[in-house]
Design a protein around this ligand. Structure first.
Ligand SMILES: C[S@@+](CC[C@H](N)C(=O)[O-])C[C@H]1O[C@@H](n2cnc3c(N)ncnc32)[C@H](O)[C@@H]1O
Length: 403
C-alpha cells in the first residue's frame, strides 16, 4: 500500500515536471506512489548517517544518493571581504573571520561557488525537502537570488536578531545586530514539513514570527581550544538549530549540513532524535565536531514528540457527528458565553435566526468576525455541563488512530 507521504512525493515530483513541460498535473496512481516511496527508502538506506564526511561539500553531496535528505541547514562562507585587521578602541585585535575558507577573489567566484553547492544540495533533497541558509548582508542577497534561479521556492526569510551583538568599533556604520536566514522548499509544489503547532508552543501559544531574538554563541556553549581561543570563528548558537529542527523535521528525519564547522547541526539533531550528516573541509573543525557530538545524549523518544499540526490530523466533517447520532437533529448548540444558539440540521449545517451554513460560517456571522473555528466555538450540553463539540471530533479521531 502506498502511504500518503509517498503519494505526495510522487505528486510533487509530477508537479515539477508538469511545470517544466506545461502538461497538466494529474493525480498519480498508487503504483507510482509506491515506487516513489520505495526509491526514497533505498536512497536513505545508502546514506552515511550520523557521520562527518571529510572534504569539499560539492563533491561530497554529489556522491550521495539523490532525493535522500529531508532538511539541509547551511552556514556557507560569508565572503566578508575584510581589508586588514580590525581593532577595538583599546587597540586589541577583533577576532574576525579572516580564514582562508572565507576568501573568494571576486563576487563572480563566490556566485559560481554558491550555484554549485546549491545545485548539489537540491539534488540530494527529497521532493518534499527544504533548506535553511544563514548569512549576513555580505552574502545573503546573492544566495537568495541563486536559490530562486535554481528552482527552490522561498517560504520565509527569518531575521535572527542578536541580543548581544558586537558593537561597531569604528562608529562608522550601524551595529550589525542581525543575520538573515532563508527558508526554502526544494520545489514550489513540495509538501515541506512545518510543525506549526510545535513552533507556536515554542512561542508560548502565539504564532511563531519571522524575527527571532537569540544571543550569539558564548559562555560555556562556545567551544575553546587548549589555548583558550575560540575553536571556530563562526560557531552558531544551538538555540537557533533547536528551533529550526523542531519546527521543520520529524524525529528520525535526515538533516544534512554541508558547512559543518563545529557540528552545531549534528549536536542538536542527535539530541532531538534526528539523523544527521555533516561535511567539513578542515580536519581541525571535524575533530572538534566529532568530540562535541560524541558527548551529546539523545533525549527519550516520548520527550521528542512534536505537537502535531492540526492540519495533519485526519479531517472529520461535522456532518459525520450528525450521521452517527453523536449530535441529534434539532439539538441546540450554544456559543462559549451562551449569547448565541443554533440548531443542528440533518445535512450537517446549523441554523440560527436568519443565518444558516457550516459551523464555521454561522459562528463567524453571529460574531461579525471574518472567520471562526466552529469546532471550539460551538458547545453542547452533556451530563449538565457545557462542553465544546470538538470533544466529539476527538473521539472520532481516536477511533481512526486505533484502526
Ligand atoms: C560559517 S562556518 C560554519 C560554522 C558552523 N555552522 C558552526 O556552528 O560551527 C563554514 C564552515 O564551512 C567550511 N567550508 C567552507 N567551504 C567548504 C566547502 N567547500 N566544503 C566543505 N566545507 C567548507 C569551513 O571550513 C567552515 O568550517
Amino acid at each position: 500500500m502506498a502511504s500518503d507521504t509517498s503519494k505526495r512525493v510522487a505528486e510533487a515530483a509530477g508537479g515539477a515536471i508538469a511545470r517544466k513541460t506545461g502538461t497538466p498535473v494529474r493525480r498519480v496512481s498508487a503504483k507510482t506512489a509506491a515506487a516513489a516511496e520505495a526509491a526514497l527508502a533505498r536512497a536513505t538506506q545508502r546514506l552515511p548517517l550520523d557521520t562527518i564526511i571529510a572534504g569539499d561539500c560539492v563533491s561530497a553531496m554529489n556522491a550521495l544518493p539523490e532525493a535522500s535528505v529531508d532538511l539541509i541547514f547551511a552556514d556557507p562562507p560569508y565572503n566578508l571581504q575584510l581589508k586588514g585587521d580590525l581593532h577595538r578602541p583599546d587597540n586589541s585585535k577583533v577576532d574576525a573571520v579572516d580564514d582562508a575558507w572565507d576568501r573568494f577573489d571576486s563576487f563572480a567566484t563566490y556566485d559560481r561557488f554558491t550555484r554549485e553547492w546549491l545545485a548539489a544540495a537540491r539534488r540530494v533533497l527529497k521532493p518534499n525537502g527544504a533548506i535553511w541558509v544563514i548569512g549576513s548582508y555580505h552574502n545573503i542577497f546573492r544566495v537568495g537570488a541563486s536559490l530562486q534561479d535554481q528552482g527552490y521556492w522561498i517560504l520565509n526569510d527569518v531575521v535572527w536578531r542578536k541580543s548581544n551583538p558586537m558593537p561597531n568599533f569604528r562608529g562608522k556604520r550601524l551595529t550589525n545586530a542581525h543575520e538573515t536566514m532563508i527558508w526554502a522548499a526544494r520545489d514550489e509544489a513540495g509538501k515541506y514539513t512545518f510543525n506549526y503547532e510545535a513552533m507556536k508552543a515554542l512561542n508560548e501559544g502565539l504564532q511563531m514570527r519571522s524575527d527571532w531574538v537569540m544571543p550569539i554563541c558564548s559562555g560555556h556553549e562556545r567551544i575553546k581550544g587548549e589555548d583558550g581561543a575560540k575553536a571556530h570563528p563562526t560557531q552558531k548558537p544551538e538555540s537557533l538549530l533547536h528551533r529550526i529542527i523542531v519546527g521543520c523535521t520529524k524525529p528520525g528525519d535526515v538533516v544534512l549540513d554541508p558547512f559543518f564547522g563545529t557540528g552545531t547541526t549534528g549536536a542538536v539533531a542527535k539530541r532531538l532524535g534526528r539523523r544527521w550528516i555533516g561535511i567539513e573541509r578542515e580536519a581541525k573543525y571535524r575533530d572538534v565536531a566529532a568530540r562535541r557530538i560524541a558527548a551529546v545524549r539523545k533525549h527519550d523518544a516520548a520527550d521528542l514528540e512534536v505537537t502535531r499540526a492540526k492540519r495533519s490530523e485526519p479531517r472529520v466533517p461535522f456532518g459525520q457527528l450528525v450521521e452517527r447520532g453523536m449530535l441529534k437533529i434539532g439539538e441546540t448548540l450554544t456559543s462559549p458565553n451562551g449569547r448565541f444558539a443554533a440548531k443542528v440540521r440533518a445535512d450537517g449545517t446549523l441554523i440560527a435566526h436568519d443565518q444558516r451554513g457550516s459551523i464555521h460560517q454561522v459562528g463567524a456571522a453571529l460574531e461579525g468576525a471574518p472567520s471562526c473555528n466552529g469546532w471550539t466555538y460551538w458547545h453542547m450540553t452533556r451530563d449538565g455541563k457545557t462542553v465544546p463539540i470538538d470533544m466529539l471530533r476527538a473521539v472520532i479521531r481516536a477511533e481512526m488512530a486505533a484502526q
